[in-house]
Ligand binder design. Structure first.
Ligand code: G1P
Length: 298
């Protein structure tokens, strides 16, 4: 039986240029969805899948991410002194969510390189990768946990996939292969072909990778051997293509849950509204606000 997935890697070294000027001094991973930083939502997903160690691959100016998950002693103390124990407990719970390990990516050489920076911290065991720009709002079954289940059964790598509208393939890593019965009433794609951001009109399918992966340790030598690809960067997708062709193999899994692209301005706003609508305290006032806004926009 394959080893359980206990560690996750979160690449967080990007400059966040799409959200300037908000990201001049604040890491984009700390931009909130309603009131919770995106990276906390992603770590919460991992924690609910039983992952305890989270390796954050960061660059310069990302110290605030570590501070966010550290004990906020003064803040907690002040809240308790004011009788706000609920808020203080919520803060303390963030610290317990996961053990955060920070590693540095000294040069922005691509997503594959960022993951490779976590090699020593992960070691010789299967691990998860979660990209912070992709949020998967689930109803109890964390997306990354669904991939871990496929890995547990097959021993192969697993990536989350979704079908994107024609014309959007060039924004994603695209996979193609053979659909298989998963033996539990569902199906998964045995990946045969992969291409990172195909040129318009050349994609082998409309099945796009969304930022969740569970990878066996066999990915490490493949990543180390990966040369720069699309955009001159070391691409995770290129190493995964080698994994798919190896005895280990790779499966595409359509995970339950709604995916949001929080790395895009409109996607980010949509995620804020969608998460707010799931909150009992916010649903009614936010709906009323949205209706009024729509009306006044004409
Ligand atoms: C990355 C991956 C790509 C994947 C995408 C999902 O691209 O390289 O394969 O489809 O995330 O969000 P990025 O969006 O970081 O350019």
């Amino acid at each position: 039986m394959p080893a359980p997935v206990r560690k996750a890697v979160i690449p967080a070294a990007g400059l966040g240029t799409r959200f300037l000027p908000a990201t001049t001094a604040v890491p984009k991973e700390l931009l909130p969805i309603v009131d919770t930083p995106t990276i906390q939502l992603v770590i919460d997903e991992a924690a609910r899948a039983g992952i305890r160690d989270v390796i954050v691959v960061n660059g310069r100016g990302k110290g605030a991410i570590e501070d966010h998950f550290d004990h906020a002693f003064e803040l907690e103390h002040t809240l308790r002194a004011r009788g706000k124990d609920g808020e203080a407990d919520a803060l303390a719970a963030i610290t317990r969510l996961a053990r955060i390990i920070s590693v540095r990516q000294h040069q922005p050489l691509g997503l594959g390189h960022a993951v490779l920076c976590a090699r020593e911290a992960v070691g010789d065991e299967p691990f998860a990768v979660l990209l912070g720009d992709d949020l998967i709002a689930d109803r109890g079954r964390p997306g990354i946990g669904q991939l871990a289940e496929v890995h547990a059964v097959t021993g192969a790598g697993a990536v989350a996939i979704m079908e994107v509208p024609a014309g959007q393939e060039h924004l994603y890593g695209i996979v193609a292969g053979d659909w298989q019965d998963d033996g539990a009433g569902g199906r998964r794609l045995r990946v045969r072909e992969m291409v990172e951001k195909p040129r318009p009109g050349t994609a082998p399918s409309r099945w796009a990778i969304v930022g969740r992966y569970v990878l066996p340790a066999a990915i490490w030598p493949l990543l180390a051997a990966t040369r720069p690809g699309h955009g001159g960067e070391i691409q995770l997708t290129d190493a995964l293509r080698e994994l798919a062709a190896s005895a280990d193999g790779l499966h595409g899994v359509v995970v339950d849950g709604e995916r949001h692209d929080a790395g895009d301005k409109v996607g980010y706003l949509r995620a804020n509204l969608a998460y707010a609508l799931e909150r009992p305290d916010l649903r009614a006032p936010v709906l009323a606000m949205m209706r009024a806004l729509l009306e006044s926009a004409g």
